[in-house]
Design a protein around this ligand. Structure first.
Ligand code: DDQ
Ligand code: DDQ
Ligand code: DDQ
Length: 231
């Protein structure tokens, strides 16, 4: 399908239906940025020599959280935080369990690959259909987020051989959650003029690019993507 054409495909930002859907989508990104902050701080305890760099990333996520909070205020929408906290619980629980066991590779797959790849693709799809205020904020966030994906990628690339089995297992345990999470908010995303097929396509491209860069072959990546269909 043809992507949105500048200026001709914008939703009406003032309707009750738009604001209702926005209250959940906005809460997801606010909660997601907050949890990313917490996750990068926690990763610093497993990787003490990286703690300073991770703390820098974490501070950036808090800045993003404040920016997205301002977007809701600008439209007069109250973010539905209880929904978002529950929405993230499967990935949060898996991250916390891995953290307790000292599993750096699993933590990085969840935060630095899956969530980051999903967020970057969703932010890209949102920008052309955003209100002018939120568009500016989201463009700034996207610029920062690229550095995070690269951080996780670089670490996993440098440790691929000893991480391969854990990465494949972590993918199998978490990719199905990503798919279910997307299913849960697809209708709200559509109200914001973000189409589910575009979200899936761009996510899979970003995730595949990350896995390719880390060193997986096309066949291995296909097998990993298939986990989303059966999980
Ligand atoms: N906003 O909070 C200003 C509305 C930004 C939303 C960016 C789009 C993120 C979508 C997240 C999940 C949708 C499936
Ligand atoms: N951050 O991790 C990129 C910093 C924030 C993530 C914001 C939330 C995006 C939605 C993720 C939903 C499903 C995996
Ligand atoms: N379905 O949900 C449309 C039924 C099938 C989606 C299968 C594609 C896998 C994508 C997994 C990642 C979702 C962000």
């Amino acid at each position: 399908p043809v992507g949105p054409i500048e200026g001709s495909d914008l939703p009406d930002f003032s309707t009750a239906a738009y604001k209702d859907a926005y209250s959940r989508i906005n809460a997801i990104v606010i909660e997601g940025e907050q949890e990313a902050h917490d996750n990068y701080m926690s990763l610093g305890t497993l990787l003490p020599d990286q703690a300073e760099e991770l703390a820098r990333l974490a501070r950036m996520e808090l800045k993003h959280m404040k920016g997205f909070t301002a977007c809701g205020n600008n439209l007069g929408v109250t973010a539905d935080m209880p929904f978002a906290q529950e929405f993230f619980s499967p990935l949060r629980n898996n991250f916390q369990a891995a953290l307790q066991e000292g599993k750096v590779v699993t933590c990085l797959l969840i935060q630095a690959l899956l969530i980051e790849a999903f967020a970057i693709s969703a932010y890209h799809i949102y920008i052309p259909v955003a209100d002018p205020f939120a568009r500016k904020i989201t463009e700034g966030v996207v610029k920062d987020e690229y550095t995070h994906l690269n951080y996780g990628q670089e670490w996993l690339k440098a440790h691929l051989e000893e991480s391969r089995a854990e990465l494949e297992q972590a993918n199998r345990d978490n990719l199905p959650h990503v798919r279910r999470m997307l299913d849960r908010v697809a209708a709200d995303a559509a109200v914001l003029h973000m189409e589910k097929e575009d979200l899936i396509e761009d996510f899979l491209i970003a995730y595949q690019d990350a896995l390719t860069d880390i060193g997986f072959t096309p066949r291995e990546i296909a097998r990993m993507a298939a986990a989303a269909l059966v999980g």
